[in-house]
Design a protein around this ligand. Structure first.
Ligand SMILES: Cc1ncc(COP(=O)(O)O)c(C=O)c1O
Length: 451
């Protein structure tokens, strides 16, 4: 990285200002006081520099997994600035920029099945909110006029507003707003290592999937509009569903005329080694939501893409976001999608994912490592201790994250696991270096017994 081009708060001043003027989302006051949050000054490629001048390899794509193209990609910056000069904003509702419409067309070509028409918003939460509203409107027009309920799953996450938040069961976002909007219920997720039904795969015959049918019957099929899922849940780190699970729940949705909404906010655009997570199981959702990597984090944009007959059923979609489909964000997305495609980054995520997984598997000899898993360039190392492998405390996982930082790599703790989601542009050398530093951090903490 070259020296700082921007002049802004640096060092302690930045942290002092944050303490006084900034609310850290989901960071406790105690963690702020302990100096856990980081403030960055600049980035290049997969490298970040904080306001104290410390440099890191970012193995989490800006913690949200959005920065799939790394930092300061000139192609992104120049496309966005050209668009800002050509047409910085075109309004909303009955006005749109041509590039925004072009992005809708591009998403129709890229997404699986009959997903053809897009509503643009600014965040994954809003995209899921739009999906929930679209599902209800569709049901109202096509046969199930009373269908106002939505089913989601334990420990899935869909956002921090309204229905998306109420459908969520992760990160504790729901609690402060409860009681939330009516009509939301959740069923157990396919967490085979801790099966809610006390069964084992495969002899369970996917009881957790069949339970969706029981739950729909219980709630009244006429009242259910949609089932919302993360194809690969983020909770506890990269929870890959058992074979057959998603197909079975899709079949149940079809049987009860319940729309299947795939929340691809994390899994979209190559993270798992396919363009979309559902493609690992050849699933064609009725509605798909995307955000994050759609613009590689260069600007905010989210999209809700629906089957053509859902679009056709709508006389009007009463939903409006001032900055939904902002032209500069649309160009960021069009440029990111071209880069993913031209540079073969989805296939690369697969290839590098193999390296990532095998590098992390070196840790399997440690008594505190319970599981190492990955799908594409998205991995989790799950930790536990004692004969019953009970999860490490959050403090112990925090110690690993902090030690990794001190070795120059950024990773995230995710309940029972440490998660890694490097930018898709990471080179093999950077990945090997980053994983080695992480391995060193884990081995040190394990050797010290500080868990
Ligand atoms: C799977 C999933 N859905 C929805 C969201 C919400 O997206 P946003 O934070 O952009 O509102 C997130 C955010 O992390 C997510 O991981």
């Amino acid at each position: 990285m070259t020296s700082s081009r921007t002049v802004s708060l640096s060092g302690r001043d930045a942290y002092d200002a944050a303490r006084e003027f900034y609310i850290w989302p989901r960071v406790s006051r105690a963690d702020v006081e302990a100096g856990f949050p980081l403030i960055f000054q600049e980035g290049k490629g997969v490298h970040l520099r904080d306001v104290d001048g410390n440099e890191y390899i970012d193995l989490m794509s800006s913690s949200t997994r959005a920065s799939a193209l790394g930092y300061a990609d000139e192609r992104m910056v120049s496309a966005i600035s050209s668009q800002l000069l050509a047409l910085h904003y075109a309004g909303t509702g009955s006005q749109a920029a041509a590039r925004t419409v072009e992005l809708a067309q591009r998403l129709a070509a890229l997404t699986p099945g009959n997903l053809t028409a897009t509503v643009f918003t600014g965040s994954g939460s809003e995209a899921n909110e739009a999906a929930i509203k679209l599902a209800k409107l569709y049901q109202r027009e096509r046969g199930k006029p009373r269908a106002y309920k939505l089913i989601s799953r334990w420990q899935d996450y869909h956002g921090s507003l309204g229905g998306a938040q109420e459908a969520s069961d992760w990160l504790g976002v729901r609690a402060p707003s409860e009681p939330g909007p009516p009509g939301f219920s959740r069923i157990p997720a396919p967490t085979c290592d801790r099966c809610a039904f006390g069964l084992e795969f495969p002899s369970c015959n996917l009881r957790c999937a069949d339970f969706l049918a029981d739950h729909i019957e219980h709630e009244d099929p006429d009242l259910i509009s949609a089932f919302l899922v993360e194809p690969v849940p983020q909770a506890n780190g990269v929870q890959i569903p058992p074979p057959g699970y998603l197909r079975r729940v899709l079949e149940i949705c079809r049987r009860y005329e319940v729309l299947f909404i795939a929340d691809e906010v994390i899994t979209g655009f190559g993270r798992t080694g396919k363009w979309f997570g559902v493609q690992h199981w050849e699933i064609e959702p009725d509605i798909m939501t995307v955000a994050k990597a759609v613009t590689a984090g260069y600007l905010p944009l989210a999209a809700t893409i629906v089957r053509d007959d859902i679009r056709d059923a709508l006389q009007l979609f009463p939903d409006i976001h001032t900055f939904g489909g902002h032209p500069a964000s649309a160009v960021a997305a069009l440029t990111a999608l071209s880069i993913y495609e031209r540079d073969g980054l989805v296939d690369r995520a697969n290839e590098l994912g193999v390296e990532l997984l095998s590098g992390l598997q070196r840790l399997s000899d440690l008594p505190i490592v319970v599981d190492v898993r990955a799908l594409g360039l998205w991995a989790a190392v799950e930790f536990g201790t004692g004969p019953d492998r009970r999860p490490l405390t959050q403090e112990a996982l925090r110690a690993i994250v902090l030690r990794a930082r001190s070795r120059g790599v950024l990773v995230s703790q995710n309940a029972r696991s440490i998660e890694l989601a490097p930018p898709l542009v990471i080179t093999s050398e950077e990945l090997v270096d980053g994983v080695a530093r992480f391995e060193q951090a884990v081995r040190e903490v394990c050797a010290e017994g500080s868990y």
